[in-house]
Design a binder for this molecule. Structure first.
Ligand code: LFR
Length: 490
């Protein structure tokens, strides 16, 4: 039987990893061979990603994967996934004109309102099916420096940029193109209508390609740096990390919801066709494109960002409780003392998230969480509630009935959050795999290699090989008054 040895480059908002995977008819092993920090910083007036640092981390990781894979027959494939929405601009020589701006930068503030007269909500949603996140690529491009746009030959999304660094290939991977708000979700191509309406140059938008297609072999300099002997081909995967994560949901049949729980919680269902109704627009649900042309019908909930940024703030203040300790202390706190709207816009930017959470509690007349443990309890309860409300919306708006909630991503390891989510949703939660983005990346490559068949086969392999933890709903009744609505801050 054939096996594939492949590398998955998987970048998240605060760290990146390269995973060496071995995939065969009966196995799916993944080993992290390299981890590196992703430290965005403020430069030239904006919060930016450091692409050179990410590229260096990727190359070190690929070198580690190639070295480790040598005795096992050699790494023959690699794929790249990252967060969505952000991009870099290339000059005609293929050089990056500026480091990509972070989606949490404030340059897009107020743009949704300003652009309404140019493209109405219904028109925009009717073409793209995309939720109106304040940082959508379309808004970022409108906020872009005109001089850079004039010099740019191509726009590449972050994972496509990294693939270009590896192979020289220039293309737009489909799942991530679908997050730009410039992609026609039904026609499956860039929307010239929207691109023209915003006055953006059409040349920026390269050919759209599918997960599973080959991008090319490594450039000579990359081959030298990684030790590859010419055998490795870079494949497109679901380069939007959430697309990779959804491919790695170990579900059986179609009566399931998923939560891809990392920096964000992406809560929704998998559909065959987009839902573009007025109700769906009003609920701000998105129709992102999945691997195999499926629709990832979901809404972004401000996920573990709240916990991650709170911990960064506590570290800045010189108090650095360890995550396990914090969660244990939070578990000992009374439940549902205070809950906030996890999606309150005041929580989106980096900074004093615990202080802003206290302020929201104060403004809604609830007990103000004084200690880190109480803040974490408030975050966990508020996220569980947001999960439940969003899930109920997904079911209502799509008509898809579900019996189980699959939670994938790092949040699946957070037992307190998983139990609270099961309780609030009133459904069993099946938690795992935690490394879903990397596994989905590997599975797309395995399918390209013919080692794994369709989506059902990939998911069956996941069920057989990954450890899942089941949480039964226990305390659903005490969540019911809350799901009727969190207190609204005045
Ligand atoms: C998750 C994610 C979300 C996207 C957000 C910003 O990592 O990719 O799907 O909305 O990050 O890109």
């Amino acid at each position: 039987t054939r096996e594939l040895l492949a590398a998955a480059v998987d970048l998240g908002a605060s760290s990146g990893r390269v995973v060496l995977g071995r995939v065969g008819p009966d196995r799916l092993d993944a080993e992290v061979v390299h981890r590196f920090a992703n430290d965005p910083s403020r430069r030239d007036g904006h919060l930016r990603w450091d692409l050179a640092a990410l590229e260096a981390g990727m190359l070190d990781g690929l070198a580690a994967a190639v070295a480790r894979g040598r005795s096992a027959g050699g790494v023959t494939s690699a794929g790249v996934d990252t967060w969505a929405v952000d991009y870099g601009l290339l000059d005609p020589g293929g050089r990056l004109l500026a480091d990509p701006v972070h989606y949490r930068d404030e340059r897009t503030a107020g743009l949704r309102e300003r652009l309404r007269p140019v493209i109405g909500d219904e028109e925009w949603y009717g073409v793209t099916g995309l939720q109106f996140l304040p940082f959508n690529t379309a808004y970022q491009l409108v906020a872009e420096e005109p001089e850079l746009l004039a010099r740019a030959e191509h726009l590449l999304m972050v994972p496509d940029l990294l693939v270009q660094r590896l192979t020289g290939a220039v293309a737009a991977e489909r799942t991530n193109a679908s997050t730009t708000q410039l992609y026609d979700v039904r026609a499956g191509r860039w929307s010239a209508q929207l691109i023209d309406a915003l006055g953006l140059p059409r040349r920026l938008f390269p050919e759209v390609v599918d997960p599973g297609s080959a991008a090319g072999v490594l450039l000579p300099a990359v081959r030298e740096r990684t030790g590859d002997d010419g055998r490795l081909t870079v494949h497109r995967v679901g380069s939007h990390d959430t697309a990779s994560a959804v491919l790695a949901v170990p579900a059986e049949g179609e009566r399931f919801a998923y939560i891809s729980c990392g920096t964000w919680s992406l809560v929704g269902v998998e559909l065959d066709a987009p839902v573009l109704t007025a109700d769906s627009l009003a609920a701000d649900f998105t129709n992102e494109t999945g691997v195999d042309g499926t629709v990832r019908y979901l809404r972004n909930v401000t996920g573990m960002w709240l916990l991650e940024e709170s911990r960064r703030q506590w570290r800045r203040e010189g108090d650095a409780p360890e995550l396990g300790e914090l969660l244990a202390a939070a578990a000992a706190q009374p439940a549902r003392r205070s809950v906030i709207d996890a999606d309150d816009p005041s929580l989106a930017a980096p900074g004093d998230v615990p202080g802003r959470i206290r302020e929201l509690c104060r403004r809604t007349g609830q007990e103000v969480p004084a200690t880190p443990a109480a803040v974490v309890r408030c975050i966990v309860d508020s996220l569980a509630l947001a999960h439940a409300e969003t899930l109920a919306d997904a079911v209502r708006l799509s008509g898809r009935e579900v019996d189980v909630v699959h939670v994938v991503g790092g949040g699946a390891l957070n037992a307190l959050l998983m139990q609270a989510t099961a309780d609030a949703c009133g459904l069993p939660v099946l938690a795992g795999p935690a490394e879903a983005t990397a596994l989905g990346n590997l599975l797309a490559q395995a399918r390209a290699a013919g080692v794994v068949g369709g989506r059902e086969h990939a998911r069956e392999l996941l069920r057989r090989t990954q450890r899942l933890v089941r949480y039964e709903p226990r305390d659903t009744a005490s969540w019911r008054p809350l799901t009727a609505g969190v207190p609204v801050a005045g």
